[in-house]
Write a protein that binds this ligand. Structure first.
Ligand SMILES: *[C@@H]1O[C@H](CO)[C@@H](O)[C@H](O)[C@H]1NC(C)=O
Ligand SMILES: *[C@@H]1O[C@H](CO)[C@@H](O)[C@H](O)[C@H]1NC(C)=O
Ligand SMILES: *[C@@H]1O[C@H](CO)[C@@H](O)[C@H](O)[C@H]1NC(C)=O
Ligand SMILES: *[C@@H]1O[C@H](CO)[C@@H](O)[C@H](O)[C@H]1NC(C)=O
Length: 361
C-alpha cells in the first residue's frame, strides 16, 4: 500500500513537472551529441540531410555557411567530415532536400535548394549519387519576390514540398522582412532546357513577430509550419489546390521560451504520426521542444543540449549506420562554427518516459 502510494506520488510529481518543463531549466534532460562536424569557414546556419537510396550509411549532410562568397554550401559525411565545399554563393541562408523531381517520363533526380539572399534568388543543385557530390541546375528564372525590393525581396527561410498526388515540387520561401499578411512566397520548380526555373504560385501567411526564417513542410499531411520569431509557430495548408489560405493553428512562444523560436524539423514514425521539433535559441545551451506531429500538435517534452545559439536544425527517422540506427537530429552550433549530430535513441528514451507516465495515468 505504502509502495503504491509512493509510486502514485512519484507519477503525480512527474506529471506536474511535465507541465512546467517549458519554464524550468533544471528538469529538462541534457543530451550529449554523438558527432560534431568539422567547422565551416565563416558562420554556419542551416543543415539538411540527403538519404542515400540504397546505402544509408553513405547519406550526406548538406549545410549553409552564411558570409557572402566565402561561406557557401558544405557537404559532410555522417562522421562529420567535409566532402565538398561550394563557394561563390552570395549570402546563402536556408537549404532543403527533396526527392524524385521528374525531368521526363522515365527519369527523376533528387534536389538540394537554397536561398541566395543578396541575389534575391534560389540556387538549385542535384546530387551525383556515385560521386556523392552536388552539381548545379539553377536556371535563368529563379528570382523570388520580384514585385518587392530590399529586405522584402531578400529570401531567407526555405522549405520544399512534394505533393503526393502528382509529384510536383514547390519551394515555400520567407524573406528578411515583409508585410503582416502574405509574408511567404510559394513557387513551383519547373524543368526547362536541362535546368530548373521557378513559377510563381501564391503569397500567403501572417506575420507578427521579429522575422520569419525557419519553415518545415509535412508532405504527407499537407501542412507547412513556420517560426514567426518571438511570437509563435504558425500552421497552414501547403497545397495551393485546397484553396485553404487561413491559418490552421498556432503554438504561442511569447514569454514562454528563453530564446527565439528558430529551426523546425519533423521526425516521422509513420505516414501520419511523429514529432515536430522546435528550437529555443540559447547561448551555449539551445533547448529543443518536442510536440506531436499529428492532431493539434500537443506538447510532449523538451531536451537540452550544449549547442550554441542554434538556428537551423534537421532530423530524420531513417536508420543510417551504427551510430544512428533510429535516425539523427542535427543542429547548428555557432561558437564552434559546426553542426552537432544527436543519436535519436537518446531523445526517444526521454519521450518513452513521458509516454509511459501518460499511460499510467
Ligand atoms: C530522360 O532524361 C534522361 C536524363 O537526361 C535521359 O538520359 C533519357 O534519355 C530521357 N528519357 C526520355 C524518354 O526522354
Ligand atoms: C480551388 O479554386 C479553383 C479556382 O477557383 C477551383 O477550380 C478548384 O475547384 C478549387 N478547389 C477546391 C478543392 O475547392
Ligand atoms: C501568447 O502568450 C502571451 C503570454 O501569455 C499572451 O500575452 C499573448 O496574448 C498570446 N498570443 C496569442 C496570439 O495568443
Ligand atoms: C560558451 O562556451 C564556451 C566554451 O565552449 C566558453 O568559452 C564561453 O565563455 C561560453 N559563453 C557563455 C556566455 O557562457
Amino acid at each position: 500500500m505504502f509502495f503504491l502510494l509512493t509510486l502514485l506520488l512519484f507519477f503525480f510529481y512527474t506529471y506536474i513537472c511535465i507541465g512546467q518543463n517549458l519554464n524550468n531549466n533544471q528538469l529538462i534532460p541534457f543530451i550529449h551529441e554523438t558527432i560534431a562536424t568539422q567547422p565551416v569557414r565563416t558562420d554556419p546556419d542551416d543543415p539538411a540531410i540527403w538519404i542515400h537510396p540504397t546505402q544509408p550509411e553513405l547519406s550526406l549532410i548538406i549545410a549553409t555557411d552564411k558570409i557572402a562568397r566565402i561561406g557557401g554550401l558544405y557537404i559532410f559525411d555522417l562522421d562529420g567530415k567535409i566532402l565538398q565545399h561550394i563557394e561563390n554563393i552570395d549570402r546563402p541562408n536556408n537549404v532543403d532536400v527533396e526527392y524524385g523531381f521528374k525531368i521526363n517520363e522515365t527519369y527523376s533526380i533528387d534536389l538540394v535548394v537554397l536561398t541566395e539572399r543578396l541575389q534575391e534568388r534560389l540556387r538549385i543543385f542535384s546530387i551525383n549519387i556515385n560521386q556523392r557530390q552536388l552539381y548545379e541546375l539553377t536556371g535563368q528564372n529563379t528570382n523570388v519576390f520580384i514585385d518587392s525590393s530590399d529586405n522584402h525581396a531578400a529570401p531567407m527561410g526555405l522549405g520544399l514540398y512534394k505533393r503526393i498526388d502528382d509529384g510536383k515540387i514547390y519551394a515555400i520561401i520567407s524573406r528578411k522582412s515583409g508585410p503582416n499578411h502574405n509574408y511567404l512566397g510559394q513557387y513551383e520548380l519547373i524543368w526547362n532546357e536541362q535546368l530548373i526555373d521557378l513559377k510563381f504560385i501564391r503569397y500567403f501567411g501572417d506575420f507578427q513577430g521579429e522575422e520569419i526564417e525557419s519553415i518545415v513542410v509535412d508532405d504527407q499531411l499537407g501542412f507547412v509550419y513556420y517560426s514567426d520569431e518571438s511570437y509563435g509557430i504558425r500552421k497552414y495548408n501547403v497545397d495551393p489546390q485546397t484553396n485553404q489560405t487561413e491559418q490552421i493553428s498556432f503554438i504561442n512562444t511569447t514569454n514562454l521560451w528563453q530564446g527565439d523560436s528558430e529551426g523546425l524539423a519533423l521526425y516521422t514514425t509513420s505516414d501520419t504520426n511523429g514529432y515536430l521539433i522546435i528550437t529555443d535559441q540559447i547561448i551555449n545551451g539551445s533547448i529543443f521542444h518536442i510536440y506531436e506531429r499529428q492532431g493539434t500538435n500537443s506538447y510532449i517534452k523538451s531536451i537540452k543540449t550544449r549547442a550554441d545559439k542554434t538556428d537551423g536544425i534537421e532530423v530524420t527517422s531513417s536508420s543510417l549506420n551504427k551510430n544512428f540506427p533510429h535516425g539523427l537530429l542535427i543542429v547548428m552550433n555557432t561558437i564552434e562554427k559546426n553542426f552537432l549530430l544527436y543519436d535519436w535513441r537518446n531523445i526517444e528514451n526521454e519521450l518513452i518516459i513521458v509516454q509511459n507516465n501518460v499511460r499510467f495515468r
